[in-house]
Design a protein around this ligand. Sequence first.
Ligand SMILES: O=C(CO)COP(=O)(O)O
Length: 247
Amino acid sequence: MRKPIIVGNWKMNKTIAEAVEFINAVDPFCHDGATYGVATSFLALNDANKAAKNLIVAAENCHFEDNGAFTGEVSVPMLEEIGVKYCIIGHSERRQMFGDTDETVNKKAKRLIKADITPIVCIGETEAQFDAGETEKVIRDQLTGSLADLCPKCVENLVIAYEPIWAIGTGKSATKEIAQNCCHIVRDQVAKMYGDECASKVRVQYGGSVKPENIKEYMAMEDIDGALIGGASLKVDSFKELIEKTR
Ligand SMILES: O=C(CO)COP(=O)(O)O
């Protein structure tokens, strides 16, 4: 049985004080039905991680090198030092605006796994690729590159977030059938690369305009084990509702 995992990706939102206030308000409402978490800015990570008792706290990115001349970057040992256990990598905003590629995502995944930090690996197609019928190829190609040369045991502990770019922050969420079909392709590609057992264990999230009103329908789909949520994860009431709806 795969335990569902629902993570709020706060992106470049919330100061340290706002993050801690939010966590204090939401943390007591978490239950065992799923793993719940928030991804915060690097700056808020340490305080957020100390405040969280039930929520897991994730970084939104990392660098694959341990140290060196990489102005503005944060390394995996730095995350390790403050006890962070999850890290989003390859979010489409990073791929589109900050030059992340399947190759760098793969390097980041390898470094995180070595530190026993769970990567949340994001993939997903653009609207033009969706319209051109290229979704399946994009998903398979991104996974082939991003998950290259890992050990099967490591891959089964990963979280993979399928986030169609056209559904992110647009309110235009994918239908549950499209989301299921794409998450199934994700699992099938993992099976091709690392075997059926690994594919049956890896957790696959859907992301893109998930909110309290639609989370249940996604969670009911066979290959969807959770959600990565932007906008609807920013308000305490909305996050509490997401927790309630997935009880
Ligand atoms: O990018 C996302 C999560 O990583 C999704 O964002 P929205 O939920 O705001 O569409």
